[in-house]
Design a protein around this ligand. Structure first.
Ligand SMILES: *Cc1c(COP(=O)(O)O)cnc(C)c1O
Length: 386
C-alpha cells in the first residue's frame, strides 16, 4: 500500500530539541506579549531574510489587515484574482474596494499594463502577490505607483527567502507581508510578519499589533491583537537551524520534476521560484486528460494535489458582489485557473515519491500516444497503473 502524498507537509523541528524551549516557557510563565523568544526570533528572522525592520504577527492575514491600517488606505485597491482568498479578504475587512485585474501569463503575477488601465481617481494602492514565490515586476509596479501616487503592499506570503540581484524581494514597495503558516515553506505553526521600510513605520506596525498600546495606560491607535506567542516564536528559532537544508531538498525535487516533465506533450512548466515552495504545472488541451481528470487520477493513487488557485477569487460566492460592471475580463487568470495543478513538493518527499507522481502523469501521456484513435479516459489510466 502506497503512503499518502500531500502537496505540502510542514517542516517540523525534532521534538527532543523543542522540549527544552517548552520547559523555559513553563518556568518563566511568559507566554506572549513580546517575550524573550519573540524578541530573539524577530531579530533572527530579520537577519536571516536580510531585512532591517520586521514585525512578527500571529498570522499572515492579520499582518495584511494591519498593513492596510498602518498606511491608512481608503478607496480602491488594485489586486489579483489569482491568489488565496485572504489577499482580498484583508481589503474587504478594511472596507476597501478590491479591483481585480489580470495576470501575466509567464509569472501569474499582476500585469502592470492591466494595473495602469484600472486606475481611477479613487485608487489608493496596489496589492500584488509574488505568486508561488516568483517576484512581481517590481520595477514596473514601482514606476506606476510613483506616477499615480499610489501605495504598494506586497503579499509576499509565498516569497520566504526569495532574493533578487540586490537583496531580499521583501524590501520592495511600502510594505511586504509574510505568512508563516503550516503549509508555507517556513512555518511557526501559525505566523506572519510585516517588513517595513523604516524604523518609524515598524514602530507604528508594532503598536497596531498590540491594540495600539505604547505603555501601560496609553493607547495611541485602534490596534488589533496580532501578536505571535512564545511557543510559535520558539518553533521559529529552531526552524531557522534547518531551513537551508529544507530549501536545498526542495531544489533537488524541483529539478527532478522539471527535467522529467520538460518534454511531456500538453504539460506546461511554470517559472522556477528561488524557494521552490510550489510546483505548479498547466494541463493544456494537448494532454490526454483534463486537469480535473488528472486530479482524480492522482487521488486514486493516494496523491493529493491542489488546484492553487482555483477558483479565482472573483468566482467565489463572497466576491460576486465586488465584481463591478465594466471591470475588464480576466482571460489569462481564467485560463491558468482552469488548467493549473500543484504537484507535491516538500522536504519529506523522497525521489521515489516524485517518481510516483511522475508515473501518473507520464502513464496517461504515453498511453494516449499509443492509442491516438480513441479518446483516453480515467478508467484507462487505472487499468494501466500497476
Ligand atoms: C497563506 C496565504 C495568506 C494568508 O496567510 P495566513 O498566515 O494563513 O493567514 C495570504 N496570502 C497568500 C497569497 C497566501 O498564500
Amino acid at each position: 500500500m502506497n503512503k499518502d502524498l500531500y502537496v505540502s507537509s510542514p517542516l517540523l523541528p525534532e521534538l527532543d530539541d523543542f522540549i527544552p524551549y517548552l520547559r523555559t516557557i513553563w518556568q518563566s510563565k511568559r507566554l506572549t506579549n513580546a517575550g524573550p523568544f519573540h524578541q530573539a526570533f524577530e531579530q533572527a528572522l530579520a537577519d536571516y531574510l536580510g531585512v532591517e525592520h520586521l514585525s512578527l504577527f500571529n498570522n499572515g492575514t492579520t499582518a495584511l489587515m494591519a498593513s492596510l491600517q498602518a498606511l491608512a488606505i481608503d478607496g480602491e485597491v488594485i489586486t489579483t484574482p489569482y491568489t488565496f482568498a485572504a489577499t482580498a479578504h484583508a481589503l474587504v475587512w478594511n472596507r476597501l474596494t478590491p479591483v481585480f485585474v489580470d495576470i501575466d501569463p509567464q509569472t501569474f503575477n499582476l500585469d502592470p499594463a492591466a494595473i495602469e488601465a484600472a486606475i481611477t481617481p479613487r485608487t489608493r494602492a496596489i496589492l500584488p502577490v509574488h505568486c508561488y514565490g516568483v517576484p512581481c515586476d517590481v520595477d514596473a509596479i514601482g514606476e506606476i505607483a510613483r506616477r499615480y501616487g499610489l501605495r504598494v503592499i506586497y503579499d509576499a506570503a509565498h516569497a520566504f527567502a526569495v532574493r533578487d540581484g540586490q537583496g531580499s524581494v521583501l524590501r520592495h514597495g511600502d510594505m511586504s507581508i509574510l505568512s508563516l503558516h503550516a503549509t508555507k515553506v517556513f512555518n511557526t505553526f501559525e505566523g506572519g510578519a510585516i517588513i517595513s521600510p523604516t524604523l518609524e513605520t515598524k514602530r507604528l506596525v508594532d503598536q497596531l499589533r498590540n491594540f495600539g498600546f505604547v505603555d501601560e495606560t496609553t493607547v495611541v491607535t485602534c490596534g488589533i491583537n496580532g501578536k505571535m506567542n512564545e511557543i510559535s516564536a520558539a518553533v521559529g528559532l529552531l526552524q531557522l537551524t534547518q531551513i537551508d537544508a529544507a530549501l536545498h531538498k526542495r531544489a533537488t525535487l524541483d529539478a527532478l520534476y522539471r527535467k522529467r516533465l520538460a518534454c511531456v506533450p500538453g504539460i506546461t512548466l511554470c517559472r522556477e521560484a528561488a524557494n521552490h515552495g510550489y510546483f505548479p504545472i498547466l494541463i493544456e488541451d494537448a494532454y490526454p486528460l483534463s486537469r480535473d481528470q488528472l486530479y482524480d487520477a492522482f487521488r486514486q493513487q493516494q496523491i493529493f494535489t491542489r488546484r492553487y488557485f482555483y477558483p479565482l477569487v472573483t468566482d467565489m460566492a463572497a466576491y460576486r458582489q465586488h465584481q463591478q460592471a465594466g471591470v475588464a475580463a480576466l482571460p489569462v487568470a481564467n485560463h491558468v485557473a482552469q488548467r493549473v495543478i500543484c504537484l507535491p513538493l516538500h522536504p519529506d518527499l523522497s525521489l521515489n515519491d516524485v517518481e510516483r507522481v511522475l508515473a501518473v502523469i507520464c502513464t496517461a501521456s504515453s498511453a494516449a500516444l499509443r492509442s491516438r484513435a480513441t479518446p483516453f479516459s480515467v478508467s484507462d489510466l487505472k487499468r494501466l497503473q500497476p
